[in-house]
Design a protein around this ligand. Structure first.
Ligand code: F6R
Length: 248
């Protein structure tokens, strides 16, 4: 079912919102077991992956024929580093479901030629037939993937420099507090190429970015506002992240 309006689905709390996102993924895999999933990392996604593992253990969903492509990865961080998005995905999802790691893709942040690795990533997505469902979180500054404010609409997978507030927000994931300053990310155009997009935002810290993104026109100051140009985006929020919500 195409969702052509940007009216968000607002649920009471972060768990309910994450469960609703997980159900979207489960339904897709039940209908299309070889679906191509676009995945995201970040604290917002942790309960989604938790719910997917539960559904897998309950026999409701299999990932064995699916393919996955993650949005982004830090540059210069070895995949075994606990802060890398590869190891995060393995720990939070892949190690607990029936997906062969060879079917999971994360941009190569250790490539000697990042430009080449970025082009290869785009090609791998194209060869997989494109992404059926792209899962997105949103940064406090409106970023999607690591497309920071100012990112062009036509951007594709490339190396980017992270903004100071993104580095600060992600510091908690690094025991030594040294967050890599650059990353390789799908671009805004890459994200918009997905057949459907589900955005999950929870918590009051996301409210302003969500409100800007839902304003209805593209403003480069809020990369998530680019989603208004896509014909099938579902926004799933908890009540704290919903525009107009008052602090509890
Ligand atoms: C992660 C990603 C980012 C996060 C965003 C929100 O792969 O692409 O755009 O979705 O930074 O992160 P959390 O969920 O930690 O607030």
């Amino acid at each position: 079912m195409r969702n052509t309006d940007m009216t968000p689905l607002i649920l009471a709390n972060a768990t309910e919102a994450a469960n609703a996102v997980a159900e979207r993924i489960i339904t897709l895999l039940q209908d299309k077991p070889d679906a191509v999933l676009g995945l995201a990392t970040g604290a917002t996604m942790e309960p989604v992956y938790h719910a997917l593992i539960g559904a897998h253990r309950a026999g409701r969903v299999s990932f064995s024929r699916a393919l996955s492509f993650n949005l982004d990865e830090y540059v210069g961080l070895h995949p075994t580093h606990p802060g890398s998005y590869r190891s995060t995905m393995n720990r939070l999802l892949f190690d607990h479901v029936d997906i062969d790691l060879s079917r999971t893709h994360v941009p190569d942040g250790m490539a000697s030629d990042i430009e080449r690795a970025a082009a290869d990533y785009e090609q791998q997505i194209a060869e997989a037939g494109g992404i059926d469902l792209q899962l997105l979180g949103i940064g406090r500054n409106g970023h999607i993937g690591f497309n920071e404010p100012g990112s062009p609409l036509e951007s594709r997978t490339r190396q980017v420099r992270l903004h100071a507030e993104t580095l600060a927000a992600n510091r908690t994931f690094f025991a030594d507090a040294r967050v890599p300053e650059t990353a390789i990310t799908m671009g805004i155009a890459t994200i918009l190429s997905a057949r459907s997009i589900v955005v999950l935002a929870t918590g009051a810290a996301k409210q302003a970015a969500v409100a800007e993104a839902l304003a209805g026109r593209f403003d480069a100051a809020c990369p998530a506002s680019a989603l208004s140009a896509h014909g099938d985006v579902t926004w799933i929020l908890d009540s704290a992240a919903a525009p107009g919500a008052r602090a509890a």
